[in-house]
Design a protein around this ligand. Structure first.
Ligand SMILES: [Zn+2]
Ligand SMILES: [Zn+2]
Length: 477
């Protein structure tokens, strides 16, 4: 590592208290998708204090923003998130369920760490640009509503990500690895039916049941499931059953549908078939149908060039280890869940890597997998969706994971909230910041690497259809 890069990354250690305090403050004030007003204001304040030029309400989204520094190209984007999840309130450091606020929200996906680590990365890249005087721009993107509105996809509709030469991000997890492979495209639509209320015994002939429409729609979709390709999934949640009185013909009811497919075009085509079924249900029940587009995300495009670059930076830094005083806590958290599979994408898809991970993790018994996974890049399919997919469709995108919670712990769980302020979590966010900044600095200083990443992107990309409909607005569910 050259002197200037080392000096730039030192900016993260010098200001470590700023980033860990920011993460803790976001953890202590969990805000749901699109309601992250406090977090957005805090980030914008910090960005200004740190010398970034801030744009608020990015793309017309209240809690989206960015902070940029530098001039000219290359332009490197670093993505941050900060939204929480409902029903996951939990005391930090407690290895059994202990809500701080019964029914309250919590950071069950570690986005308090995600945003703060990405901000740390942007600060180190800024330091590099200041020290070198070289052309180049770093932009930190505050992306709200990852869990509930896919703001990155809304911003993709505005073409925002095309301005970047590359984008980098990370996600806290149970393995130190680079993110590889692809996942599902996904579209969510809410169907609201409106009928006529009536006494269910006295005047049933006058009533038109919206709840019947929801039920008939669900039956229709059930028959559709036999006639779709294997990559597709259709999930639903009844968000309004009308009421709790069976002696009323329910005049209002609503159901939220989520369709998934391997490619965004497939998801959009399947979604249209679900629309037809909703129309059919409304016709059968003489109810009115209102269709509300919620959000959508495209599938991830991997970039092996960026994966390799991120991996080299992780390796050079050395991954964070669990402090001895936290081992008992992590062991207890691990014991609170049924044993799952080994962590790491490579361990799930490659026999040789699986053997290595078994050895490194003491046959899966290690409380935290605080070692670097063997390198693994492949065109594998991983079920699930993220709005980082829409960024990856418009610019080369690389991501990494850092182990800050035990293997076996499920995503979106109280266990993850419990880990959110630990020393290991703090180490993890600072490490993620350095690894992302290291890769960003390499992209600024190694034109061949950036060129290779862009050439690989050009090969994979093309034909992106933004899943966000033209007149849709981001809305909190
Ligand atoms: Zn999540
Ligand atoms: Zn997440």
């Amino acid at each position: 590592m050259n002197e200037r890069k080392r000096a730039a990354l030192a900016a993260i250690d010098e200001q470590s208290a700023v980033f860990t305090a920011l993460s803790d403050e976001i953890w202590e004030n969990p805000e749901l998708s699109l309601k992250e007003h406090r977090a957005a204001a805090l980030y914008c304040k910090r960005l200004k204090e740190l010398g970034f030029t801030v744009t608020e309400k990015l793309g017309g989204i209240e809690t989206a923003f960015c902070g940029s520094f530098g001039s000219g190209g290359p332009v490197i984007g670093i993505l941050g998130e900060f939204d929480a999840l409902s029903g996951l309130s939990q005391r930090a450091g407690a290895a059994e369920p202990q809500p701080l606020l019964p029914g309250g929200s919590g950071h069950g996906c570690g986005h308090n760490l995600l945003g703060a680590g990405s901000l740390a990365a942007a600060c180190a890249v800024k330091r590099y640009l200041e020290l070198s005087g070289a052309p180049g721009t770093v932009i930190f993107f505050g992306c709200p509503g990852e869990e509930g509105c896919a703001s990155k996809a809304f911003l993709a509709r505005e073409g925002l990500w095309k301005q970047l030469d590359a984008a980098l991000s990370w996600h806290p997890g149970d393995a130190n690895q680079t993110v590889t492979g692809s996942n599902n495209a996904c579209i969510q639509v809410l169907y609201r039916f409106t009928g006529l209320a009536a006494h269910a015994a006295g005047e049933p002939h006058l009533g038109r049941s919206a709840l019947d429409a929801v039920e008939l729609m669900n039956v229709g979709v059930q028959f559709l499931r036999e006639h779709m390709t294997d990559d597709c999934r259709i999930h639903y949640a009844i968000t309004d059953t009308g009421g709790v009185s069976p002696n009323v013909v329910q005049a209002k009811a609503a159901v939220l549908y989520m369709v998934r497919a391997a490619k965004v075009a497939g998801a959009a085509a399947l979604q249209k078939r679900v629309d037809d079924i909703a129309r059919g249900a409304a016709l059968m029940t003489e109810t009115k149908l209102e269709r509300v587009f919620i959000d959508g995300t495209a599938e991830l495009l991997p970039n092996f060039t960026l994966e390799k670059l991120l991996y080299e930076n992780m390796q050079a830094l050395g991954v964070p280890v669990c402090p001895p005083e936290e081992e008992a806590f992590y062991a207890a958290l691990k014991a609170s869940c049924p044993p799952g599979d080994l962590p790491g994408t490579g361990a799930a898809h490659d026999r040789e890597i699986r053997k290595q991970v078994l050895a490194l993790s003491d046959n899966g018994a290690r409380p935290v997998c605080d070692f670097l996974m063997p390198p693994y890049s492949a065109e594998v399919f991983l079920p699930g969706s993220t709005d980082v997919g829409d960024v990856s469709q418009l610019t080369p995108t690389g991501q990494l994971n850092v182990a800050v919670w035990p293997a076996d712990v499920p995503g979106h769980s109280w266990q993850i909230v419990a880990c959110g302020k630990s020393e290991l979590a703090h180490r993890g966010l600072l490490f993620a910041g350095k690894a992302l900044a290291g890769a960003a600095i390499d992209l600024l200083t190694q034109p061949d690497t950036l060129h290779a990443a862009r050439a690989e992107f050009a090969e994979r990309a093309g034909g992106y259809v933004c899943p966000i409909e033209p007149d849709a607005v981001p809305r909190a569910l």
